[in-house]
Design a protein around this ligand. Structure first.
Ligand SMILES: [Zn+2]
Length: 523
């Protein structure tokens, strides 16, 4: 039995540490439930996703938050699902002399299932257009001076050093629609071996999952069937045969962010694509905490995370459930923790929206739908704070918030960080452009300032190695599960930080603004 002095110590220590421990336990309980095998990886449209959604709604009710969907807490999103049968599809490269080389689909080349409908057939010459970046206003245009109509373009990863990473990603996101407008029939993307993020082996298994796009054609960037594929970095050299150039030469230039030549390739691509399509509905979830200011409460700070993950797929080391503990059960648990913190204290002046998106893994679709069909007045959403695998794998001492250089939210974040003994650092790997790779981007496209949040790390440190190891071994793999060493006490320190930031933004007289030189500023 513990002695009295010991008990007294515990009692005196109660307020601060016990609160933190509770938040951490709740956070971990939420992550554990959402990433349990019984949720079957929360694939958009699956029973597992719907079970996870019911759990989140139960938690929102428990926190006393009001529904803000169209059907209670739910906002149904209609989606078209497309499955590409790599084995039943056929493709070949045909040279000018008629010689034809069959391609091994699902191995050498992967036909993507997402982004929009695939055509049943293509037969078109290939043109290499360098980085494939169309930025005429910024003095760089890889489409210029080439006849691209009825061609299939081939592009390499990366881009010139003088263009910001955000700008490059921004234009890449809209590239297929822009190419479609110019009469291009499709795109093959190449990645230099050095720039590979997800090993090709794993991409081969991931491509067999269903792709999706919004069912409402008015909300798609493009409706024309468009051929979209990627090519094995170890075999990309074969595309350049007879062109007078080598992939090795192109890859070396791309790895150095140097200008890359553009030229016709010596082949036509012929392909027959076997794809099946079906319609499904999967919900976003929306809840709100009403603000206290009679005027400002009609405005909203939206705090969000995606709930979906990859479901059940190809087994890796005998495990076929893609639990998505970090990606993104962790983010959902964080939004719930922030909701609890904001609900517990005095009500913020502006209202707070808590959003959980479907189909992020299918191309940011749930948030794309929400940002354009919001359940509150769009003009009244003043900011979006988003979470997508913040990676609580080491102590939280520094953090970075992609988007922090673009809007006044950066100053808010720095001020709150300073008050909590945290340091805001620049994105350690800016070329990865995470700002454009999760749900906040859809708010940005609608003109709404946004941030997302990541644990900080620096090159040459242990954290850098942990992060890289995590990316190559666990990211979008079944091992992103509950057995990994997630640090729950560190995770909730981030929640504490963002709750304070949300409060500051919700209480400020002036709503957040894009900085004058931001590329995302609309006016
Ligand atoms: Zn994610």
């Amino acid at each position: 039995m513990p002695n009295r002095a010991f008990l007294l110590c515990i009692l005196l220590a109660l307020p601060v540490p016990v609160l933190a421990a509770d938040a951490a336990s709740q956070w971990w309980a939420d992550v554990s439930t959402l990433a349990a095998d019984g949720m079957e990886g929360r694939l958009t449209g699956s029973p597992g996703y719907d079970r996870a959604a019911q759990y989140v709604i139960g938690r929102l009710k428990e926190e006393g938050l009001k529904p803000a969907g169209v059907n209670g807490y739910l906002q149904p999103v209609a989606l078209d699902q497309q499955l590409v049968d790599q084995d039943a599809s056929r493709a070949s490269l045909t040279a000018a002399d008629g010689a034809s080389t069959p391609l091994k689909l699902g191995e050498q080349m992967l036909i993507a299932a997402g982004g929009g409908p695939r055509p049943a057939k293509v037969d078109a010459p290939l043109v290499f257009i360098g980085y494939g970046l169309h930025l005429p206003k910024h003095g760089h245009d890889d489409f210029a001076g080439l006849d691209l109509k009825d061609k299939i373009v081939v592009v390499v990863s990366g881009g010139p050093a003088e263009l910001s990473g955000a700008l490059k990603s921004h234009v890449r996101f809209e590239r297929n629609a822009e190419l479609g407008k110019q009469g291009v029939l499709g795109i093959i993307t190449l990645t230099t071996p050095k720039q590979v993020e997800i090993p090709w082996e794993r991409q081969r298994t991931l491509v067999r999952g269903p792709g999706m796009y919004l069912a409402d054609a008015k909300l798609r960037d493009s409706n024309k069937p468009f051929f979209t594929a990627s090519f094995d970095p170890a075999q990309s050299e074969m595309l350049f045969k007879g062109s007078g150039h080598a992939f090795s030469e192109i890859a070396a230039l791309a790895d150095a962010s140097k200008p890359v030549p553009r030229f016709a390739l010596a082949f036509r691509l012929k392909a027959d694509i076997a794809a099946t399509r079906s319609r499904l509905t999967s919900p976003n979830i929306a809840a709100k905490l009403e603000g206290s200011d009679p005027k400002l409460k009609s405005e909203y700070v939206a705090i969000s995370a995606h709930l979906d993950h990859l479901g059940i797929g190809a087994a890796v080391k005998g495990d076929k459930i893609y639990n998505g503990a970090m990606d993104n059960a962790s983010g959902v648990a964080t939004v719930l923790d922030i909701a609890h913190r904001l609900k517990t204290g005095p009500a913020p002046r502006r209202s707070i929206l808590f959003l959980f998106f479907t189909a992020e893994e299918k191309g940011l679709l749930g948030s794309s739908y929400y940002a354009r069909r919001p359940t509150v007045e769009k003009a009244n959403i003043v900011a979006n704070l988003n979470f997508d695998m913040a990676l609580s794998l080491w102590r939280l001492q520094s953090l970075y918030a992609p988007g922090q250089e673009e809007s006044s939210l950066g100053d808010d974040a720095r001020a709150v960080a300073a008050s909590q003994g945290l340091v805001m650092i620049p994105d350690p790997l800016p070329d990865r452009n995470v700002f454009i790779r999760s749900d906040q981007y859809n708010f940005v496209r609608e003109g709404i300032p946004a941030l997302m949040f990541k644990f900080g790390f620096a090159k040459g440190t242990r954290e850098f190695d942990i992060e890289r190891e995590w990316r190559s071994n666990r990211y979008h793999a079944p091992s992103d599960d509950l057995s990994q060493p997630l640090l729950k006490d560190e995770a909730v320190k981030l929640d504490d930080f963002v709750a304070a930031l949300a409060r500051r933004v919700a209480d400020a007289d002036r709503r957040p603004q894009w900085l004058p030189n931001s590329i995302f500023r609309k006016d």
